[in-house]
Write a protein that binds this ligand. Sequence first.
Ligand SMILES: [Zn+2]
Length: 414
Amino acid sequence: MPVDARRTISDLRELRALTADDHGAQRIAWSPTWLNARAWFQDKLAGLPVEHHLDAAGNSWTTLQGDSERVLILGSHLDSVPNGGWLDGSLGVLAAFEVLRGLAEDFHGRPPITIRLVDWADEEGARFGRSLFGSSAFAGTHSIQADRSRTDRDGVRLEDALRQCQIDIDRIGDAGSERGQAGAYLELHIEQGPVLEAMHLPLGVVLGTKGVERHAITFHGQEAHSGSTPMGARRDALAAAAKLALEIRSLARKHPDAVATMGSVKTFPGIVTAVVGRCETTLDMRDLDAGVLASMLADAQEASQRFAAEEGCTVDWSRIWSIEPIPFNPRLIEYCDQAVRETTGASHKLPSGPLHDAAEVARAGIPVVMMFTQSLAGLSHNPAEDTRTEDLELAVQAFDRLARKTMQWLAQPL
Ligand SMILES: [Zn+2]
């Protein structure tokens, strides 16, 4: 029984009708609309030979028990950002659901291995600033202490929002017990970027998620009167920062997939009649290769010192956040490449700039791969987010192929 991709698309439309308004999807985690989306999904399970429960971190698990206890996990997230798109996360959950339905039919309710579908809780972190909440609890990489102090814009504590959803913040680590005999994790997601569209490819294979180095960089010069201070006597902190903002572009371009962004600049005193005495900036750099990331960081630090010296300034750096690159499993990358090629005739391998729940699952030591489907105009986290219907259909078919290849692998005796 081949998957019926049109059923996935009609499910997606149904979910959109239920959880979006004129401004886009409103499935913000822990909100009534998100709970509605989950209740809608649970209703869809009626009549299927599956077990369903929520774990200690609020992840939603649907299990089709197989002959063996070895587990293939398929999943993504139903939560969205405010005013979000209709496909981010929900495509992965509903495509996985279609695959699970197909396997249940094909194997008369009992496939050779156990198949589980997960809808991760709060992937987006849109309300409390904590992305990958449920998957990090599953992976054992979460930090309760940091989560305890989180509040939303209205001062509501994460801890209290969780309690409203029957989740005890002290016990979220118990979600680790779901790891069980997980042998692989597969996730289909929209690309959220422009690469596949530019190549005219409907689908791609994700090599892993890029590591991130995120730093605050502050240049210190001398505030001075803009009328009385000769050009040669200035110590202009903005001038030094501006040179760095231009330089990081060529630093990143030395590497094929690297990106570097200076996304914020604040000047002090920040008035029209003063030379800038202090300039606070941020730098975000990403690459799939830890060595590339380290060398970009060293280059940027060297350049910042050089430009500070040229402008009579000093510079200091402080790390805001960083995460190592997370490469996906080579065997699953190969299966994914085959599945994409067999479905569409062509394939392309690319790294993911955004983080995904799949990265947390990989950190738990479980073999992981993701498949991307083209995003029109590269847009996401935006109500205009879209993908061609025919590409969505190809995505569901290719994801089904990938799941079956992976199932065959996991069904072999260890
Ligand atoms: Zn997503």
